[in-house]
Design a protein around this ligand. Structure first.
Ligand code: ATP
Ligand code: FE2
Length: 322
């Protein structure tokens, strides 16, 4: 079975084809804002312009008549971007007369992570621009055991970078600065039960600008935020008694975060898993692969049900595979 998947919830427009064994092809084009953060309408225009080009490209690598289904990310994400992606997917599905599958974007991050690493039943830390969640499967659903009460960690990092005068996305640049940090400034560490929050931490870090070196601010911010995420992940593992942990989402590329989590896992004799970098951030392969899993287990999406869901939650999807 060959499934085509389209991802376009935010900055990355990405189209991929997978089968049960491997990613056959993937082509992507990132929207990079001219200034400031991601502008939803601009991003959607980017996706609309580039969609035909990416589809042409992927069908020059793999013949369209061998596609068995069309999957797309149905949410969560930016409304205008989701609509472009869904429209393209509906058209393709009609044109090829193949089933349509609306995929939850968060679920897709988790499933490609499991596929790429071989993790069976992990506690997943999903950290991206818009999302920060600790997720684990219990019975027939994935459940969110802890999450941010305000902004995603990637969003907080990108905002801090912007205050430093650095272009979007700020994550990799803040990571480089933090590596040169020497002095730790105490910043608000906000964990409430199993949830956490980053806006107070961000404001406090921004207030240090002019008083401390950028390197030290970046370092202090990362140490604080990543310790919060590690604490909540560890608590979920202890509560559930799971001995695997999986790191996914764009922020998962951060080496310092990986190191903290790996050490936590070593301390509890648990296994740490992280997929290759190109499958951590948003990508078409994760949508195609999750679509394949859903289709194999009898789930598909009618045209009426294919309406975009900007606030789609992972708990809403029944999990009928192992
Ligand atoms: P979602 O829709 O799931 O919220 P997203 O649109 O934010 O996803 P991702 O590709 O999952 O997309 O994540 C992008 C985020 O990852 C950005 O905020 C970016 O700054 C951050 N990021 C990328 N590399 C690093 C890094 N090395 N360290 C920290 N953050 C990083
Ligand atoms: Fe994402």
């Amino acid at each position: 079975m060959n499934v085509l998947g389209i991802e376009g919830t935010a900055w990355n427009l990405s189209v991929a084809i997978v089968n049960e064994e491997k990613v056959i092809a993937m082509v992507s084009e990132a929207y990079i804002p001219k200034e400031g953060g991601i502008h939803p309408r601009e991003a959607s225009q980017h996706h609309a312009e580039r969609m035909p080009i990416l589809l042409k490209k992927i069908f020059s690598i793999f013949p369209r008549d061998k596609i068995d289904a069309v999957a797309f990310s149905q949410g969560p994400g930016l409304g205008p971007c989701l609509r472009v992606t869904a429209t393209a997917a509906r058209l393709l599905s009609l044109k090829l007369s193949k089933p349509l599958i609306g995929v939850n974007h968060c679920l897709a991050h988790v499933e490609i992570g499991r596929w790429m690493t071989g993790a069976r039943n992990p506690v997943t830390l999903y950290v991206s621009g818009g999302n920060s969640q600790v997720i684990a499967r219990k019975g027939g659903r994935y459940r969110v055991f802890g999450e941010t009460l305000d902004i995603g960690i990637g969003n907080a990092i990108d905002k801090l970078a912007r205050k430093f005068g650095l272009p979007h996305p700020g994550g990799p640049k803040i990571e480089e600065l933090a590596k040169k940090g020497e002095k730790y400034y105490s910043l608000p560490y906000v964990v409430k039960g199993m949830d956490f929050s980053f806006s107070g931490l961000l404001t406090a870090a921004e207030r240090l600008i002019g008083k401390a070196r950028f390197e030290d601010i970046a370092y202090s911010f990362q140490e604080t935020a990543f310790a919060m995420l590690t604490e909540v992940t560890e608590r979920a593992m202890a509560y559930l008694g799971y001995d695997e942990m999986l790191l996914v989402g764009g922020v998962g590329a951060n080496e310092r975060l990986q190191k903290m989590l790996r050490e936590m896992c070593e301390d509890r004799n648990a296994k740490f898993f992280a997929p290759p970098k190109q499958y951590m951030g948003d990508n078409g392969a994760m949508i195609a692969y999750t679509g394949l899993l859903m289709l194999k287990n009898g789930q598909q999406t009618s045209l009426e049900e294919s309406i975009v869901k900007p606030n789609f939650r992972i708990e809403e999807v029944p999990i009928t595979w192992s």
